[in-house]
Design a protein around this ligand. Structure first.
Ligand code: F6R
Length: 606
């Protein structure tokens, strides 16, 4: 899982390449490198570390070139070392290659190349590409032919870009199951893993599909079909995001900026065109068995949706982690598989959807990135319009997806008369009030949450408890804590406590409980019961609740009292608190907020 960027233009492009690859760092940031052309000779600079450090260390910006490719890596094959960093050069130094994905048959290819005398400098799957290009070029003296031959030989997934000193004004690239797009500017062309690689320079993009390759030069570009080698006319996609939206806008971290953008992104979700949502509701209504999918955060979005569909529309749709989908499901033409994905590129979700398609099932998704693989694969897509989510940790995209899924459940309920128009309107009003309530909480409560998080930042173990629809909220809030603060946090339904977990309650284990509003009587009472079980064992409880009677020291060790809100939106408000609590704990612990360890934005490998 890595980021690819390339540019060919009239003037020196090393700075553009630097900006582009820095924008892609959310895809991977353990090492990075660049290949540029000095007249007709390739120069490679690469090292372990983030883009800024590596560029500074190797004085990359001093180099002059009007063509180049760059790469930022998140290791999958081979350790994080300079030798394993992209780009890779062929033995004769005439080809430089960057790659994202996995070449699954690289071992036999490597063995064969080694027998033929090619020397390998890395442990990666990618390096075979550079040597194969050299080998096939030597026999055909035609770079395009050599490239096609390589593409036909390799198995697995890839986005590839390379340059060659034999044709010093052209970039070659291709994709299979890893995103790659072209940026079409005047007298400059780009290739990138996503729009942010070139959004500052052009808003015109061409999205490559599987089985296609492209050749770019300063003034032209051509996209061809890999099988026929015939030219394909591809539509230009106008990128709607502006570059400012992609930047931090005064916040210390993207994570905080994105948490604060939620009033806006929820409004955007509520403004989505009704007809698109109605088409998806139609799919749910027609399907005989529907499944809700996602991984990581989006699995919790799917779990949240499971409760919402059940409560509002009286439909039970299992939620399944995409990576477990194949082994669990029984699909046919009457099935519907609905997935949530911020990036639209996540391998497990993409594979599950492809599998669903192969079984004849209908597919649909809510996705944040237009033109992404999932957005293009499914029968029906909702583009959630949350804008770029740069922090590796998902916040605003997930909450918007939860809102959209709630609207879908309401629409389905209305259609099948599980709720009246009056109830539908009441629910809709509750959702419409949500952005303002969240804005108020962000304005008025952030300081308190900051102090609370700081005070308890030494806590080693947290139990996050919720019942009913508050259970997926507890799971997602706990995931935020693990991801950004690296603090052990386990989400669990309140009912689990008495089946083993109570034995864990001691000074080293603290609990956060998401308490529903009292109007949700049975859930509220059951949750209080869980709290009492912990307090009876002298356990610490931070209660996040809506009861206005003021401080309830007997029940809670600490409490965060929220304004009275309708039960429909209460869990979403509590999730925002969970996001802030994780964020401030992480800042107290001086974590790397936007690029936490062992996490990448779009997991495009198995
Ligand atoms: C959580 C996180 C991951 C992603 C998961 C799915 O903060 O970043 O758990 O949610 O990898 O990614 P998408 O939504 O892009 O399919």
């Amino acid at each position: 899982m890595c980021g690819i960027n390339g540019a060919v233009g009239l003037k020196n492009i090393s700075e553009l390449l630097f900006e582009g690859i820095r924008n892609l760092e959310y895809r991977g940031y353990d090492s990075c490198g660049v290949a540029l052309m000095n007249k007709t000779r390739l120069i490679l600079k690469k090292d372990v570390g983030g883009v800024e450090d590596v560029y500074r260390k190797h004085n990359v910006l001093q180099l002059q070139s009007n063509i180049g490719i760059a790469h930022t890596r998140w290791a999958t094959h081979g350790k994080v070392t300079q030798n394993n960093t992209h780009p890779f050069a062929s033995n004769d130094g005439n080809f430089a290659v960057v790659h994202n994905g996995i070449i699954s048959n690289f071992r036999p290819l490597r063995d064969q190349l080694q027998k033929e005398g090619f020397k390998f400098s890395s442990e990666t799957d990618t390096e075979v590409l550079a040597h194969l290009l050299e080998k096939f070029y030597k026999s055909s003296r035609d770079i395009e032919k050599a490239f096609v031959k390589v593409l036909n030989l390799i198995e697995g997934t890839y986005a590839i870009a390379f340059i060659s000193s034999h044709l010093p004004g052209q970039i070659f690239c291709a994709r299979r199951e890893s995103p790659l797009m072209l940026g079409i500017g005047d007298e400059i062309k780009f290739v990138g893993s996503d729009f942010s690689a070139f959004i500052d320079h052009t808003k015109n993009a061409v999205i490559l599909d599987d089985g296609e390759y492209a050749i770019l030069s300063r003034d032209t570009y051509v996209v061809k079909n890999l099988l026929s080698r015939e030219e394909i006319t591809k539509p230009i996609t106008k990128i709607e995001w502006d570059s400012e939206t992609s930047r931090k806008g005064g916040y210390p971290h993207y994570m905080l900026k994105e948490i604060y953008e939620q009033p806006q992104t929820i409004s955007n979700a509520l403004d989505l065109e009704a007809s698109g949502l109605d088409e998806i509701v139609e799919l749910f209504a027609k399907s005989k068995n529907s499944y809700l999918l996602g991984v990581g955060t989006t699995f919790y979005v799917a779990k949240y949706a499971k409760y919402v569909f059940s409560q509002i529309a009286q439909e039970f749709y299992p939620s399944i982690s995409s990576d477990e989908f194949r082994v669990l499901t029984n699909l046919n033409k009457q099935s519907l598989v609905f997935s949530a994905s911020q990036s639209g590129e996540t391998f497990d979700t993409l594979s599950a959807l492809k599998y669903a398609k192969s079984k004849g099932a209908r597919t649909a998704a809510v996705v944040n990135v237009m033109g992404s693989s999932i957005a293009r694969l499914v029968d029906k897509v909702v583009l959630q319009g949350s804008g770029p989510e740069i922090c590796v940790i998902s916040t605003k995209a997930a909450v918007s997806q939860m809102v959209i899924l709630t609207v879908l459940a309401m629409k389905l309920a209305l259609k099948k008369k599980a709720i009246t128009r009056k109830t539908y309107n009441q629910h809709m009003r509750a959702l419409q009030e949500l952005p303002e309530i969240i804005q108020g909480i962000l304005n008025e409560r952030s300081g308190f949450i900051h102090r609370l998080a700081h005070k308890y930042s030494g806590t080693r173990n947290w139990l996050y408890l919720g019942r009913g629809v508050y259970y997926p909220i507890a799971l997602e809030a706990a995931l935020k804590m693990k991801e950004v603060a690296y603090v052990h946090a386990e989400g669990m339904p309140g009912g689990f406590l008495k089946h083993g977990t109570l034995a864990m309650i001691d000074d080293d284990v603290s609990s956060i409980v998401f308490v529903p509003p009292p109007e949700d009587k049975s859930l509220y009472e059951a949750t209080l019961h869980s709290i009492e079980e912990i307090r009876a064992r002298s356990g610490f409880v931070l209660g996040i609740h809506f009861t206005e009677q003021g401080k309830n020291g007997a029940l809670y060790s600490e409490e965060l009292i929220l304004p009275k809100v309708p039960p429909l939106t209460a869990p979403l408000i509590q999730l925002v608190i969970g996001q802030l609590f994780a964020y401030f704990t992480a800042t107290s612990l001086k974590r790397n907020i936007d690029k936490p360890r062992s996490l990448a934005k779009s997991v495009t490998v198995a």
